[in-house]
Design a binder for this molecule. Sequence first.
Ligand SMILES: NC(=O)c1ccc[n+]([C@@H]2O[C@H](COP(=O)([O-])OP(=O)(O)OC[C@H]3O[C@@H](n4cnc5c(N)ncnc54)[C@H](OP(=O)(O)O)[C@@H]3O)[C@@H](O)[C@H]2O)c1
Length: 214
Amino acid sequence: MHIGVLGSGLMGGKLGTILARAGHDVVFSYARSEQKLKKLAREAQRNARAGTPGEAARDADALLLAVHWSRVDDVLKQAGDVSGKVIVSCSLPMNADDTGLVIAHTSSGAEQLAKRVPQARIVSAFNTVPSEVLFGVFEARRKARRPSLVYCGDDAGSKKIAAQLIRDVGFEPVDAGPLRIARYTEPFALLVAQLAYEGDRGPELAYRFEPFGK
Ligand SMILES: NC(=O)c1ccc[n+]([C@@H]2O[C@H](COP(=O)([O-])OP(=O)(O)OC[C@H]3O[C@@H](n4cnc5c(N)ncnc54)[C@H](OP(=O)(O)O)[C@@H]3O)[C@@H](O)[C@H]2O)c1
């Protein structure tokens, strides 16, 4: 697939690198320095290049939105027309100092995003794990028991694409239902972050849902 990365920081940089190594064509975009984007593309080793958000969006089968909530409008403006595009968003609707959600309970960042770009097909994914665990999960992808990764969205086709990307990174995709379920997955992401950054097991933390019994 052609993947456009909108926001090439901790999440976008790592997910883009992994997806390039998994065989996808990746365009890294949106960082404060073009050098950083070029370095990411070089270090991904193959199938990757640096570009503008517009270039990342143009031929993308899927866009990975990985910017701070306060930058969503700006990066989408730069991306241009995203009608019909699959946008897999790992962005959480955090306040400026990342201490809390600015949207929760009666709506979610993912639903707000869908209102912001109604012609795009939004899937919320990858936001329930810390960036620190991503390379480890990718390296362990051939093991039988993969960690889970919840995702949600309203469009079956885009969810299929997201599930494939989730598998390619090394997780077992767990379909949590429609986009409004992001009201639950987004606060859950803060629980995982709490355990990762304040717990005693370190930030390389993933989770797994197991059917129990039978
Ligand atoms: N980090 C995690 O573990 C984690 C986990 C779950 C969800 N999330 C969510 O994922 C999203 C991305 O998080 P992140 O940790 O990857 O953030 P990050 O490391 O800060 O990356 C954000 C990217 O946006 C770029 N950017 C910021 N301001 C810009 C500007 N004015 N012009 C151009 N580029 C700009 C940054 O550029 P530079 O590279 O130059 O800084 C960076 O590449 C957030 O919504 C966060 O809540 C993060």
